[in-house]
Design a protein around this ligand. Structure first.
Ligand code: WTA
Length: 577
């Protein structure tokens, strides 16, 4: 394979990168050094929210704008670090009045409105555990997460609240639902005191949790501690290369770990001004935002980049994007075409970053100070060892495929899987954390992504568990069984495809193409309505029988191989198919 290099010297010359010499840092940095980049309370205590926002109010950044917010209709607002500090204190005091204590779970079911950001900070400030939920979630997805977490308080909007009301019976632990756009909450916020004694936390105390999907079972609650701020801060500094004069845009939603680590914690901890756009994706609007706010650093995802490529380059030229200086990407493989397109239209290469909900912060990345091998994810961050290991946890040689593994511990490694300690343990083998991704490392130490080792689906960068979608489908009266896979898609990386075994009376009816099409549409809508707006099957195929092991487990890998016209591999454990 011919290697294509994007030389670091091609990059726009600005002041030297925050990380000037990768090799030097990689060989000498220890996490002890990171301690001086964040603020501590007496006795080794810490609070991630204090580090993100409040500490800046003791400095010249007090009146610096931290958040430029804009919605789809063009309404905009801005908040200084001090304003975010005071508003989050108010939310903290409201929660305290409701009896929220350290360790209680407070969940946020909100669109990307300012309340989401300062409420998140407020929750951490009193030592409670914040949980975020995509506003696209429907009843089933909400019930699974709120039930398992035992959330005591939920913060939402008038528009989203009915979905919570519908499942309230299933949530005995949920004592209060706060609605940010009703009169009660707005009055409470007005009246609440804006002074607060921020909780001094042990670094290992839990700060936030996120539900994410695996191959089997319901989504699991990945729990992160206050200590994670160390790595969130350092990676925002080294990899995103954030500076005080930057305007930074991370396009992720805080329902996803990227939106927490690099839109709230690590980015603000570096004192950067961030923008949040609360609207849907739209290429022209995105360029307008980059232009209007003079965005300098932009962190986005491959599907978004491909969707920007689609309308062609004329659209880009209509906007002044000359202030962009550094581009990064996360969430799914960053294809070489996307990087090359970025070089062509922005004069800059997207820098790929690899990490997971469980790793809590960027782990493998391309740095401004390092040449990019186009198609590679880059190298492990200073202070972290990554390797490729075989299925027994032994390191394999260069250029050999295996499991991408990381050496524990690093500061932002998840602390537990909520109420599932055995699941947590299952991530570790022979002294390594096994990521579930397959990859390779070359002779120069660059990591290359190959694919998932399991059936987890990545669609538009979102992680979807096939089991959740299968469970939603079989709730429909026409469906007996369903097998769900990720089908490669040039735009979205993968799309969700469902193979469905119909109930006997429906089987003959679907011989009519019209009936079959209508039923497929109905099933897709059914999942959309019950599970989540983004986790529904875009393709459905009716099938007589699903391939299963003799013990009855659906063999998704066989469905996938058949879909892609590949050999089905070892079928010796299969029941007849
Ligand atoms: C995939 C949180 C290729 C991978 C950020 C990983 C990537 C999963 C990359 C985590 C990348 C993430 N290149 N694949 N740069 N970054 N992934 O927890 O399979 O939603 O295990 O992401 O996304 O998904 P999560």
């Amino acid at each position: 394979m011919k290697e294509e290099i994007y030389s670091k010297n091609t990059a726009k010359s600005v002041a030297p990168a925050n990380l000037e010499n990768y090799e030097k840092a990689a060989s000498s940095f220890t996490w002890k050094q990171a301690r001086s980049y964040v603020d501590w309370f007496n006795g080794g205590k810490i609070n991630a929210a204090y580090n993100a926002v409040d500490r800046h109010t003791q400095t010249w950044r007090k009146n610096k704008v931290a958040l430029y917010w804009e919605d789809e209709a063009g309404n905009d607002k801005k908040f200084t670090f001090e304003e975010l500090s005071l508003l989050s204190n108010k939310v903290a005091n409201i929660l305290k009045d409701f009896g929220v204590e350290r360790g209680d779970r407070v969940f946020l079911f909100l669109p990307r409105i300012p309340e989401l950001y300062f409420s998140f900070l407020g929750i951490l400030k009193i030592g409670a555990i914040a949980g975020t939920l995509f506003s696209a979630f429907q009843e089933q997805a909400l019930a699974d997460r709120l039930e398992n977490s035992g959330a005591k308080v939920l913060i939402t909007t008038k528009e989203l609240k009915p979905r919570v009301d519908a499942i309230r019976k299933k949530l005995p632990d949920l004592v209060h639902v706060l609605v940010v756009d009703d009169e009660y909450f707005t009055k409470s916020l007005e009246r609440a005191s804006d002074t607060l004694r921020i909780a001094h936390m042990d670094p290992d105390d839990y700060a936030f949790m996120l539900y994410t999907s695996g191959t089997t079972g319901k989504p699991k609650g990945v729990v992160h501690s206050h200590r994670a701020i160390l790595q969130e801060h350092m990676t925002a500094y080294w990899v995103l290369d954030l500076r005080d004069d930057d305007t930074y845009w991370c396009t992720a939603d805080p329902g996803w770990v990227t939106g927490i680590a690099y839109e709230i914690l690590g980015s603000w901890s570096n004192g950067v001004a961030a923008i949040v756009y609360a609207g849907r994706f739209n290429p022209d609007r995105w360029y307008k935002l980059l232009d209007k706010y003079n965005v300098t650093v932009w962190y986005t995802a491959p599907t978004a980049i491909r969707m920007l490529m689609a309308p062609g380059n004329e659209l880009v030229k209509k906007h002044n994007l000359s202030h962009l200086r550094h581009l990064c990407s996360v969430g799914e493989p960053l294809n070489p075409e996307a990087i090359k397109w970025g070089i062509k239209v922005f004069g800059l290469a997207f820098h790929d970053t690899w990490w997971q909900t469980e790793t809590g912060a960027i782990c493998i990345a391309n740095y401004p100070c390092m040449d990019i091998k186009i198609g590679s994810m880059g190298k492990p961050i200073p202070g972290l060892t990554a390797a490729i290991v075989d299925d027994e946890g032994h390191v394999v040689g260069t250029n050999q495929e295996g499991n991408i593994a990381l050496k524990p511990k690093w500061p932002s490694l998840m602390r537990t899987i909520w109420r599932r300690p055995i699941k947590y343990k299952s991530y570790f083998m022979n002294g390594w954390y096994i990521t579930g991704d397959r990859g390779m490392v070359d002779k120069d130490g660059y990591f290359w992504f190959i694919g998932r080792a399991d059936d987890v689906i990545k669609t538009s960068g979102e992680r979807v568990g096939p089991f959740e979608v299968e469970s939603a489908l079989v709730e429909h009266p026409s469906v007996v069984e369903a097998g769900v896979i990720g089908k490669p898609d040039p735009m979205r990386g993968e799309i969700i495809k469902a193979f469905v075994v119909l109930e006997a009376s429906q089987k003959s009816k679907v011989k009519s193409q019209k009936f079959a099409d209508a039923l497929k549409e109905e099933l897709a809508m059914y999942v959309k309505k019950h599970l989540a707006g983004h986790a529904y099957p875009r393709e459905i195929e009716f099938i007589d029988k699903l391939p299963k092991t003799r013990s009855g487990k659906i063999m998704r890998r066989i469905l996938k191989a058949k879909e892609m016209g590949l050999p089905v591999g070892d079928t010796s454990t299969l029941e007849e198919f």
